[in-house]
Write a protein that binds this ligand. Structure first.
Ligand code: ZN
Length: 97
């Protein structure tokens, strides 16, 4: 097995572990403040997803528990790469759901 492939597999494991931990420890979307239904399938826009407090594209750590929070897939997508405080205030003054 190549080193690159090993790295990819290790990262996938880290991500799965982190996701499982966040899902276990949190139950509310940190962006809109509403509860996340963890039983929803990935095809549902409200399914649980990991969001990074500091976006990975801005230097945030991918596998750091402190940088990972629970969010709805939809909220995560709406947030995009905005700073967290900015996203919470401007995107979700009054959540439609
Ligand atoms: Zn949400």
């Amino acid at each position: 097995m190549s080193d690159r492939r090993k790295t990819v597999e290790r990262n996938a494991r880290l991500r799965m572990k982190l996701r499982a931990r966040v899902l276990r420890e949190e139950s509310v979307c940190w962006l809109c403040g509403h509860e996340v239904d963890k039983s929803l399938p990935a095809s549902d826009p409200m399914h649980p997803q990991l969001d990074h407090v500091v976006p990975v594209s801005k230097g945030g750590k991918v596998y750091d528990r402190d940088n990972a929070r629970l969010s709805h897939a939809l909220c995560n997508r709406k947030r995009g790469n905005k700073d967290a405080s900015q996203a919470q205030v401007s995107l979700f003054p009054a959540p439609p759901w």
